[in-house]
Design a protein around this ligand. Sequence first.
Ligand code: GDP
Ligand code: GDP
Length: 445
Amino acid sequence: MALPLVAIVGRPNVGKSTLFNRLVGRRTAIVDDVPGVTRDRIVATTDWNGRVFQIVDTGGLVPDTHEPLEREIAHQVEAAIGAADAILFVLDARAEITAVDEDIARRLRPESRKVLLLANKLERPGDAAQAAELHALGLGDPLPVSALQGLGTGDLLDRLVELLPPGDDGEPSAAIRIAVLGKPNVGKSSFVNRLLGEERVIVSPEAGTTRDSVDTRLLWQGREILLIDTAGLRKSAPRESGIEYYTYLRTLAALERSDVSVILLDGTEPLSRQDLRVLNLVAERGKGLVVGVNKWDLVEAETGTAEAYARAFCEAAPSLAFAPLVFLSALTGRRVEKALETALEVGETRRRRIPTAEVNRVLGELVRRTPPPSHRGRAVRLLYANQVSVEPPTFVLFTNDPEGIAESYRRFVERGMREAWGFAGVPLRFIYRADAGRRAARAGR
Ligand code: GDP
Ligand code: GDP
């Protein structure tokens, strides 16, 4: 079973992201110079009283559309209705009810069983009275909360978990979680069918006819694998045009729970923006990445086609050159198992730890070969480094001047470390940090 999904909806500025952070907790955030780590974090897994669930801030769902705000919010709400098991509808109880609030309420009313109405920003004594007028929205009793101060969130969570479907939360940590992602019609259902070795998933050439997503546990070569499959999202997608948001939301949710993603591309087509967005998302989330170039049976079997594809891929997405490409056909089954095997290897690699002495040996060689360019007339030094965590492997590099390390030099360091250790399919994080000892010395202490 997939983890239950909870969506936070509401117009801008009512406190959705504040509530998200409050419910998820900020304990694991890395705030250093890692792009995309804290920013744009809109899906997280959390738990309350032993119930594990995922939570999404739909205010952060921004596929590249240029629509009026009302349309965009409407799509976010549609996505939430289509994908979520429970919906937290946030209102600013200190402000008047707006037309947008009313629109959202109207759309949510038929789904009221799974909606909790939250009267937010109620932290001052006497504020509670203001929540009363929200009854008019026809979604039952509003729950007074203050996302900012954490007031009422315990009650909120108690009510919330009651709305969640019963499920087995036990995703044993031994199983490696592999998500199969890719745009519609790329062959996800066919790929999963092949792996499961039976026609459990209905495959059809028509869009919108596959079943909804499920997780499948399988034992393969003695390894336990949890296959998180997003095929078939379209069937239960909202009738309206919120489909893109919906797919995006489910993709994010699947990705968040995975260790490694197999992104399927259509080998007969050039890489699209939609493909690139999902690929980059995987890298940003620090998940393992395997690229499955599917429908390869349709590509002419000339020597060098695969090499040409790989070159074009690296040109289109230079920052993803670390991803292994597997040329496969879900239709014939060719190299489908190879993709799975590669995903397992990537999962292992993502847990790899490089000893500190080795990190510094390689760093020392790189710096000797090409020292960092000076910054504002001052020498920039890389002093020492270590690997501070795994999944994804994260390295901290100490320097006299974190700001002074140019982007091109950061790429040089990453390239050099990958040359030394491989890390195929694994995004690496590098945090450049000021060396405290030197800073103190410079300050004359
Ligand atoms: P979003 O656009 O719905 O995600 O709203 P934000 O979470 O960004 O919050 C909008 C503004 O409302 C920010 O300035 C928050 O600090 C503020 N805010 C959020 N929750 C509360 C609350 O419970 N009480 C008060 N007083 N302000 C809040
Ligand atoms: P999904 O939407 O990503 O789940 O894609 P499907 O698995 O439903 O596949 C969409 C269409 O592509 C179906 O008609 C499949 O038969 C076809 N297809 C999938 N994989 C391959 C492949 O490797 N080769 C060829 N020729 N067709 C494929």
